[in-house]
Ligand binder design. Structure first.
Ligand code: ADP
Ligand code: MG
Length: 317
């Protein structure tokens, strides 16, 4: 059995290449790149709320960091440093080994250093702070959309929500389909290359973490505009497409959380650049609507307004 400090040393200490001082002192020391703005965000994952307590720890380690990296992507930032605070109900060596492996692999893939954190005993809770950098004035904010801008989304939506429905036994999928969707739920890929490439192209952006309906409402509100979405153009995976008559279809596609795609606005003059970028990244970028004067989100189906009450995820609703 290892104690707190032994545990930190064994599972959460590895060379922090881009920090002056990493894990092991009272605080870390960082040297931000000259002239860059610091971008900071935090995300907490609570067992039973954000994930099943028996989730594969390797995937959980990946996901805990991925959701934070997704916020960096949504800001157009380059992530550099992370802090990890853990409440653990017990010292489970297998779990810690898997969790740190999943976390470290993704961190190293994106050259992010783990520079500190806190470890206590308590109900399983994972809290991460992420820090990154962006050139001054180039961050992708939620409040920059202009009337007439196109509205875009990366990848496909609804996969993670249908994975959850399948885990809850509410949708029947083949084993192959279920594992494809579960990969989206449990190992989301933060769209970092897209985020930095959108600097200078996107006028506003956010990541779709709580579902398009809820997240888009935030973007519309912050920009003082209305988002108009043609629902038939919203990109879905092949697995989700065949579920199309399912009663939960639109709820999952338009309001299901956890996809971690980027939703952004851009002036129509950038359409060609964006389709070239899509090819270059091997990531679909789909135009799903536009921004106009007004507020909230207007859904269209085949050009006709539909009055759907779609709510994004809200912990206190
Ligand atoms: P202090 O008592 O000064 O708060 P701690 O004993 O909590 O310090 O932590 C010792 C060192 O280990 C610190 O550098 C802290 O940042 C780091 N640390 C603690 N928990 C973690 C963790 N889960 N991941 C990474 N670093 C951690
Ligand atoms: Mg401490």
């Amino acid at each position: 059995m290892s104690g707190e400090f032994d545990l930190i040393r064994r599972y959460f200490t590895w060379p922090a290449h881009n920090a002056v001082l990493g894990v092991g002192d009272d605080a870390a020391l960082l040297q931000p790149s000259p002239g860059q703005q610091l971008v900071v965000s935090a995300d907490m994952l609570v067992a039973g709320r954000h994930f099943f307590a028996d989730t594969d720890p390797v995937r959980l380690g990946h996901k805990a960091l991925a959701v934070n990296l997704s916020d960096m992507a949504a800001m157009g930032a380059t992530p550099r440093w992370a802090m990890l605070s853990l409440a653990l109900p017990e010292v489970d060596e297998d779990w810690l080994c898997g969790f740190s492996q999943g976390f470290r692999a993704l961190a190293e893939q994106h050259a992010v250093s783990l520079i500190g954190g806190d470890t206590t005993c308590g109900p399983l809770n994972l809290s991460i702070q992420i820090m990154g950098e962006v050139p001054p004035g180039q961050a992708l904010r939620r409040d920059g959309a202009q009337a007439g801008d196109d509205l875009w989304v990366s990848g496909t939506l609804g996969d993670a929500a249908f994975a959850l429905q399948s885990l809850l036994g509410k949708v029947r999928l083949t084993q192959v389909e279920a594992s494809m969707l579960c990969l989206r739920l449990e190992q989301p890929q933060p769209r970092l290359a897209l985020g930095t490439a959108l600097r200078g192209l996107a006028s506003a952006a956010l990541d779709v973490s709580d579902g398009l309906a809820g997240d888009l409402r935030h973007l519309a509100h912050r920009s003082g505009l209305q988002a108009v979405v043609e629902v038939t153009t919203v990109p879905v995976s092949e697995v989700v497409q065949v579920l199309s008559p399912h009663p939960l279809y639109w709820q999952c596609v338009l309001a299901g959380g956890d996809d971690y795609e980027l939703c952004f606005t851009a002036a129509p003059q950038h359409r060609e650049a964006l389709s070239a970028l899509s090819c270059q990244l091997g990531l679909p970028l789909t135009r799903i609507g536009h921004m106009q004067a007004g507020n909230g989100v207007q859904w269209l189906e085949g050009g006709q307004p539909v009055d759907w009450e779609l709510q994004g995820f809200d912990h206190f609703a």
